[in-house]
Ligand binder design. Structure first.
Ligand code: ADP
Ligand code: ZN
Length: 609
C-alpha cells in the first residue's frame, strides 16, 4: 500500500482524525522518506502527530527530546489512550522506576520514548540508546538550542553529541512554535540537520481575539470580564508570585472557582492546583509564567495577562494556550506602566542560568531589552495587533484583521504637540532627575508628597495641563517614549531623560501627532465579542457526556480532554451517532478510544434521544 495512504488510515485508527491539518502531511511524508525535517508551527497546530505518527510506522524507536516534564506525562498518557506504547525519562521518576522503564525500553516495549535533554548523556540512558535501533530523534521546543531564542537551554547543545554516540545516525526532526529567522538558522546549524525539509505554517491563530487595555483599575476590569463570561475556563497571568496570591485571594473571596500556581508553592500543591484546573474543578487559574508549559487543556476560553510579559515570544506562547479546540477565545493584555519597570528589573537581575558566562549574559541582556521594547510597542500600537505579532515573527499580514481590539476601535489622528512640549519641557527644567509618575503629576498639577518635597509646585510647568486627564497625559508620555522623544533609564528607579528627538520639540520645529481612540468603551467591545461564541447543540446531552467523561477520567487518572476533547463531545451532541460506524466518524474518536468508551457514550446518547 502507498505509505501516505497508510498514514491517513493510521491517523484515523489511532487518533480518530479524518484528515491532516495544514503542514502535517508534508512533514510526515518527509520523515517517512527518511529526511531530516524541521516544522515551525504555532502552538495548538498539531505538531505532536507529525512525529508520533511516523514514529509508529517506522521500524525502531522514536526518541522525543523535550524540556517540558509535565508534558511528557500527559503525552504518554494520551498515547496510551490511543493504543500506542510510550514511556518517559525525567527527574520525576524514582531511581527504581527509571531503571525498570529503561529495562523495558531495552526490550523494545515502547515505540515512542520521551526524554529530558539533561538525561541524554547519562550512562545508563546512553547504554540503552546504543543497544536498540533508534529510528528518529525528535527535538521538540527546538528553539531552546539557540541563544537568540527566548528560552536558551545549554543542555540542548548536547543533543548533537548524543546523536554522534549512536551507532547509526537516525533521522532528526525538530519542532518549535516560535522561531525568528535567526533561531531557525541556529536550529539547522546547531543540530546539523542534513538537507532538511523546512516548513513553516502560518502563525496566525484566527480564532483568537487579541486586545490590549490600559485600565486605571486592572482588578475591576478583570472582575467584570469574569462576571460577563460565567462558566468559562481561563488563565490569568501575573508577573510576580505576590500578585498571583493577591489576585487569587480576592477572586476567591468573591466566590470565583479559582486556583493558583507559582514556583513558591510545594510540588504537591502545584500538582493539586494544576489538576483542579485541568479537570475543571476550578476552571480559573491565576499563575506566573511558571504555569502552562505542556498544558494542553483544549477548552481554555481566555488568557488574560494581568501584566505585560517580557517579550512577544512569551506572550504569543502564553496567549496561545487559549482556544486549542479551535473555538473562539479571548487574549487580553492589561497594560500598566509599572509592568515595563518590573520587567526591566527582572532582566537586570537575571543570573539564573549558571552555565552562561558574564560576556554571554551581557549579550543576552541586551537582546532581552530589545525584546521588551518590542513588547511595549505592542501595547501602545494603534495598528492591528494580530498584524503586529505576525510581522514580529517575520510573517506578512494584512493591515486589518477585523478580530482584534484595535481593528474594532476607531481612532483619530490628534495633534498633541502642546502637551508633548510641556511634558518634555518639565523633564528638562527639573534636570532629568525624576520618573514618569512625578512628571505627570507635576504637569497635571497634583499636590502629592513628592511634588512638595521636590518643590515641583514651583516649577514653570506645574499644573499647565490640569485640564487634561492623567490617563491622557500618560498616553502622550508613552507615545513620546516609544518615539525617542523621551527615554527611560534601565535601572530600578527608572528616570526620564531627554531623547534624541526632544530638541526639535523644545525648539518648536516639529509637531507631534498620535492616534487616539475615539470611543474606548471596553464593555461594549466585549458584548460584541461575546456574540460570536459558538453554541452547543443539545446542551443537556453535552452536560451528560461531560459527566461520563469525568467518570472515565477519574478512574483512569487522565485529564478529561485525554478521554475526548470538548470538540468531540460537541460534535456528538450535534450529530448524535447511533452506532459504532457513526461514532467513528466523530472527529477525535479512533479505534482504541472507541473500544474503551464508545459504547458507554452511545448509551448516554441513546438514553437522551
Ligand atoms: P502543538 O504541539 O502544535 O501545540 P498538539 O500536537 O498538542 O499541538 O495538537 C493540538 C490539538 O490538535 C490536539 O488536541 C490534537 O489532538 C489536535 N489535532 C492534531 N492534529 C489534528 C488533525 N489532523 N485533526 C484534528 N485535530 C488534530
Ligand atoms: Zn486586527
Amino acid at each position: 500500500m502507498d505509505i501516505k495512504n497508510e498514514a491517513v488510515i493510521l491517523l484515523k485508527k489511532y487518533f480518530g482524525y479524518d484528515s491532516f491539518r495544514e503542514g502535517q502531511e508534508t512533514l510526515i511524508s518527509s520523515i517517512l522518506d527518511g529526511k531530516d525535517t524541521f516544522g515551525i508551527m504555532p502552538t495548538g497546530a498539531g505538531k505532536s502527530i507529525c512525529y508520533q505518527l511516523p514514529g509508529i510506522m517506522m521500524e525502531g524507536i522514536t526518541l522525543v527530546i523535550t524540556p517540558l516534564i509535565s508534558l511528557m506525562k500527559d503525552q504518554v498518557a494520551a498515547l496510551k489512550e490511543a493504543g500506542i506504547r510510550g514511556a518517559y525519562f525525567n527527574s520525576s521518576l524514582t531511581p527504581g522506576q527509571y531503571r525498570k522503564a529503561l529495562a523495558l525500553a531495552k526490550q523494545g516495549t515502547y515505540k515512542i520514548v520521551y526524554v529530558a535533554p539533561e538525561r541524554l548523556m547519562n550512562r545508563e540512558f546512553l547504554d540503552f540508546a546504543q543497544s536498540v535501533k533508534i529510528a528518529m530523534v525528535t527535538v521538540d521546543e527546538a528553539h531552546c538550542v539557540s541563544q537568540w531564542g527566548q528560552d536558551f537551554r545549554p543542555s540542548y547543545l548536547k543533543i548533537l553529541e548524543f546523536v554522534e554516540h549512536l551507532s547509526q545516525r537516525p533521522i532528526i526532526s525538530a519542532f518549535t512554535a516560535t522561531a525568528t529567522k535567526q533561531v531557525r538558522e541556529d536550529v539547522v546549524r546547531i543540530l546539523r540537520l542534513e538537507e532538511p525539509t523546512v516548513l513553516t505554517t502560518g502563525f496566525d491563530r484566527k480564532n483568537l481575539f487579541f486586545s490590549v487595555q490600559k485600565p486605571g483599575n486592572k482588578y475591576s476590569v478583570l472582575k467584570n470580564y469574569l462576571d460577563t463570561h460565567p462558566g468559562k475556563s481561563g488563565i490569568i497571568y501575573c508577573l510576580t508570585r505576590k500578585l498571583v496570591e493577591e489576585v487569587c485571594q480576592r477572586l476567591a473571596a468573591e466566590g470565583a472557582a479559582v486556583t493558583r500556581y507559582h514556583a513558591g508553592l510545594s510540588d504537591e500543591e502545584r500538582r493539586q492546583n494544576q489538576d483542579d484546573f485541568i479537570y475543571d474543578v476550578k476552571p480559573i487559574m491565576v499563575a506566573t509564567n511558571a504555569f502552562g508549559m505542556g498544558i494542553d487543556k483544549s477548552n481554555v476560553n481566555f488568557v488574560i495577562h494581568y501584566n505585560m510579559p517580557k517579550n512577544i515570544e512569551s506572550y504569543y506562547q502564553e496567549a496561545g494556550r487559549a482556544g486549542r479546540d479551535g473555538e473562539r477565545a479571548d487574549c487580553i493584555l492589561l497594560y500598566g506602566g509599572k509592568d515595563v519597570i518590573t520587567n526591566q528589573f527582572f532582566i537586570e537581575k537575571d543570573n539564573e542560568n549558571e552555565e552562561i558566562d558574564e560576556e554571554e549574559r551581557a549579550l543576552i541582556r541586551e537582546r532581552d531589552r530589545m525584546r521588551l521594547k518590542k513588547m511595549t510597542f505592542y501595547c501602545h500600537t494603534n495598528d492591528c495587533l494580530r498584524g503586529y505579532i505576525l510581522s514580529y515573527f517575520g510573517e506578512k499580514a494584512p493591515g486589518y484583521c477585523g478580530n482584534c481590539g484595535n481593528c474594532l476601535t476607531q481612532f483619530e489622528e490628534q495633534d498633541v504637540t502642546r502637551t508633548a512640549r510641556r511634558l518634555i519641557g518639565c523633564v528638562d527644567s527639573c534636570g532629568q532627575r525624576y520618573g514618569l509618575n512625578v512628571i505627570i503629576d507635576a504637569v497635571h498639577g497634583n499636590n502629592t508628597e513628592k511634588i512638595r518635597r521636590y518643590f515641583l509646585d514651583e516649577n514653570d510647568y506645574y499644573g499647565l495641563e490640569s485640564d487634561k486627564s492623567v490617563h491622557y497625559l500618560r498616553q502622550v508620555a508613552d507615545h513620546l517614549l516609544l518615539n525617542d522623544y523621551l527615554v527611560q533609564t534601565d535601572d530600578r528607579y527608572s528616570v526620564l531623560r531627554l531623547g534624541p528627538k526632544a530638541g526639535s520639540i523644545l525648539a518648536r520645529e516639529e509637531t507631534v501627532t498620535m492616534k487616539v481612540a475615539k470611543d474606548r468603551e471596553p464593555a461594549q467591545k466585549q458584548a460584541k465579542s461575546k456574540k460570536i461564541d459558538y453554541d452547543v447543540k443539545n446542551p443537556e446531552l453535552f452536560q451528560a457526556l461531560r459527566e461520563l467523561r469525568m467518570k472515565f477520567a477519574r478512574t483512569q487518572s487522565v485529564p478529561p480532554y485525554v478521554v475526548f476533547t470538548d470538540k468531540s463531545l460537541k460534535e456528538m451532541c450535534a450529530v448524535m451517532p447511533e452506532n459504532k460506524e457513526q461514532m467513528l466518524q466523530v472527529s477525535g474518536v479512533g479505534e482504541s478510544k472507541y473500544k474503551k468508551y464508545g459504547e458507554a457514550f452511545l448509551e448516554v446518547i441513546r438514553a437522551y434521544r
